[in-house]
Design a protein around this ligand. Structure first.
Ligand SMILES: C[S@@+](CC[C@H](N)C(=O)[O-])C[C@H]1O[C@@H](n2cnc3c(N)ncnc32)[C@H](O)[C@@H]1O
Length: 250
């Protein structure tokens, strides 16, 4: 492993997995399982193990977006992986795309988008939230995701570049829709995410005023299965309602 590389250290304790995200350095990493000399990882590879001074064994992994999702500091309600999956699947986001995102919140969606796209520009109206998101993004090792503090309702009028995808997760998304043709490349996608149908109906009304193609509003229901000696069935604890996703292509 290299100096500065971000790593996930995983261990098992009383039948439960405990995990930590840190980076390879010449410093010590402390947890309730003891101290690890992080420079020891310079001699190791992904999948190898390292021991704390208390003899606790950790497996070394390279963190991926679902790991950053679990470990990111949260300011508001982030978009869940199931909904992110729909956004990626229906837009076909790729490595050449530039994305405009708002509001940043904890930066979860911006990070997932940034792990695939060329560049993500994300606007967050609250200074303190923007700072937390920047820290989450930095910890995820992404240098192509920029968080600017600003109100997207005003900022959208000032933008002098075009994007391939625009993702909106704000209460006022409907008011931004009329500006989308001036900032979205032809064939690009607008994606909005709203927890309520009333907001979604306003968004659909605004979209109907513009010549979009392939407009759809979807809700993604996640249903995990539970396996036990007694039988197999849908899990009784589940991810409930999250939000409605509207996707429109210009
Ligand atoms: C639900 S959170 C977004 C979560 C984010 N998509 C994520 O995955 O972490 C909504 C965020 O939008 C911000 N916001 C609300 N209105 C805004 C606006 N007009 N411009 C920019 N940010 C806004 C809020 O401060 C809040 O942080």
């Amino acid at each position: 492993m290299k100096l500065g590389e971000i790593v996930l250290l995983k261990t098992s304790h009383k039948g439960k997995i405990r995990e930590f995200i840190t980076s390879v350095s010449d410093e010590k990493f402390h947890s309730d399982f003891g101290m690890i000399e992080m420079s020891e990882l310079l001699e190791k590879n992904e999948g190898d193990t390292v021991e704390s001074h208390m003899g606790q064994t950790f497996v070394i992994q390279l963190p991926r977006m679902p790991d950053f999702f679990r470990h990111a500091k949260r300011t508001g309600t982030p978009i869940m992986p199931k909904d992110i999956g729909m956004i990626l699947g229906y837009t076909g986001l790729n490595k050449n795309d530039t994305v405009l995102d708002a509001g940043t919140g904890s930066g979860i969606l911006a990070m997932y988008l940034g792990s695939i796209a060329k560049r993500v520009l994300s606007f967050e109206v609250r200074d303190d939230f923007a700072e937390v998101a920047r820290e989450n993004i930095r910890r995820a090792g992404l240098d192509n995701v920029e968080v600017r503090c600003g109100n997207i309702v005003d900022e959208v009028k000032e933008l002098d570049e075009k994007f391939d995808i625009v993702t909106l997760d704000t209460i006022d998304s409907a008011t931004i829709v009329p500006y989308i043709p001036s900032i979205l490349n032809p064939g690009g996608f607008l994606v909005t995410y709203s927890p309520f149908l009333e907001q979604t109906a306003q968004i659909r009304k605004a979209i109907a005023e513009i010549d979009f193609f392939e407009v759809r509003t979807i809700e993604c229901i996640e249903r995990a299965m539970s396996f036990s000696d007694r039988g197999t069935r849908p899990s009784t604890s589940r991810v409930g309602h999250t939000g409605y996703i509207t996707i429109a292509r210009l």
